[in-house]
Design a protein around this ligand. Sequence first.
Ligand SMILES: [Cu+2]
Length: 331
Amino acid sequence: MSETDAGSTASVSDPPATSQSQAETHHWWRLIAIWVVLSAILDPLFYFLAGPHIPPGKMTTTAGGAQFDFNVLLVIALPVLLAIWIFMIYAIVMWRASRGGPEPEGGETARGNTSVQLGWILTTTVIVLFLAGFGTYALVQPNGAGGGQGSSPIWTPTSKTVLPVQVIGQQWKFTYRYPTFGGFETTELVIPDNTTIAFHVTSLDVIHSFWAYQLGVKADANPAYDNVAFTTTSQMGTFIVRCSELCGIWHGAMYNSGVVVTPTQFESWATATEKRLATNTKLLPPFAYTYVPDANGADGGYYPDNIDPYSPVETYGAPQPGQGKGSGSGK
Ligand SMILES: [Cu+2]
């Protein structure tokens, strides 16, 4: 029996049918109202109260960018989560079976319901397409978002002053070379504030990964490869560096810390360290973007030219037999 002739015929079954469909409508609008109100309250609360504390912070432009991206994702995810929770809690409260009461009846099936299907497909399509566009923009716009871009980056910074810092990974530590300060090598990572840094990340042995989490920088360290990552510092303080690629038994202990200081402090640190380490720097191979390590590993050396003068045995990068190298291990 349709609702249009419900008024003309005094059928017994009509009044309950009408009130039931009204109740269904109520549930639907009530759920939407609760969802809209809670989302409108919790989204801004989250964004303004929790947002500024979301990792990785704002120490660099790329870290700040990552923090903003996380906040955008969470602001989108929160209403989705709320929709699920609100429906579950509402269903438990409104449609639970009462003790001793009748078995609850199932509602209408969602299968074949065009509005449900269309709504679902449209909503998820819009969210996914937006995220694809937003994600691409967030990656390209901040010069690769602090990720390693390989040896010839396509997204380069516009800044006129870029400080190159080489990151050398090896089992199991990181060292840093400063090519613009005589190429000294140190375990200290000191960088100036308000400066664009070009990290040149490489390895002397296996694959490592340079992960300066608070800087929003992460780049794989591959042997014989110069992997470049850009960021611009915007806040002073210390940060942690961790290896982020399983690289052997002490992988977990492969970390140290760095510090962002004022440009003046950096300048005096760099010139002082250059002077202090001058004798050591002379023993190092000249600065290069990649190196060939000592195949034995015993003397801890690495070489820019494939020649290791100390090793009696080479497995790679070795001069050919008869080229004047020692006659072997002597066994
Ligand atoms: Cu490692």
